[in-house]
Ligand binder design. Sequence first.
Ligand SMILES: Nc1nc2c(ncn2[C@@H]2O[C@H](COP(=O)(O)OP(=O)(O)O)[C@@H](O)[C@H]2O)c(=O)[nH]1
Ligand SMILES: Nc1ncnc2c1ncn2[C@@H]1O[C@H](COP(=O)(O)OP(=O)(O)O)[C@@H](O)[C@H]1O
Length: 198
Amino acid sequence: MLFLLSGPSGVGKGTVRKALFRKNPHELLYSISATTRSPRRNEVNGRDYFFVSKAEFEKMINDGKMLEYAQYVDQYYGTPNTWIEQQRQQGNDVFMEIEVNGAMQVRSKVPDAILIFLLPPDLMQLRNRLELRGTESDEVINQRLKTARQEILMMTNYDYAVVNDKVDKAVKKVQTIIEAERLKAKRLANSYIRILEG
Ligand SMILES: Nc1nc2c(ncn2[C@@H]2O[C@H](COP(=O)(O)OP(=O)(O)O)[C@@H](O)[C@H]2O)c(=O)[nH]1
Ligand SMILES: Nc1ncnc2c1ncn2[C@@H]1O[C@H](COP(=O)(O)OP(=O)(O)O)[C@@H](O)[C@H]1O
């Protein structure tokens, strides 16, 4: 199965995802994206992102190596397709954390992907979180907050919306969604088998 998490910058996607993975270390595999933005302090190439140049990214697009990609606040972000295809063929569940335009590309290529949108309690707290994180300049924070309004409008295209008020509560909700969707898929598979068996 493919689970996908989106939400405005600073809402807590990374925080929620890391807490979720600490709780379920072997059940989900994280899809590492490629990006042209510079690494932040503490970010590691090959763990948080594959940090590449604009020319390298454009070559990956032209070589058909991206499942999806988008431009977000002047930078490219995209999902390399080889690794995801391998994992899905081996029956592993994959977790992606990507923005809304890329999510819509995934939806059309992988119609059974489960799309979850993470919301802030309000826009004031979103700004506070971005400012407290301290990884972007004021100018970039303002661009990201402007983009946030357009992203939130896209929420209606998602399967689920979760408000990240308290991290542990948001993690539990995402966990519940994953468990419920896994059960649903299992039940569907069992009923297909019954039909095939006549
Ligand atoms: N389309 C797409 N978006 C991505 C990908 N990887 C990350 N993003 C999104 O790009 C946006 C900016 O990411 P980043 O600069 O790490 O900022 P952050 O979300 O505030 O941590 C976020 O919405 C990410 O979810 C990807 O592979 N494809
Ligand atoms: N529920 C929450 N309440 C308060 N602060 C939070 C919460 N979730 C995340 N944060 C903080 O907000 C900032 C942005 O979180 P992050 O996970 O980097 O967001 P994103 O990956 O969506 O950009 C971080 O400093 C993080 O510690």
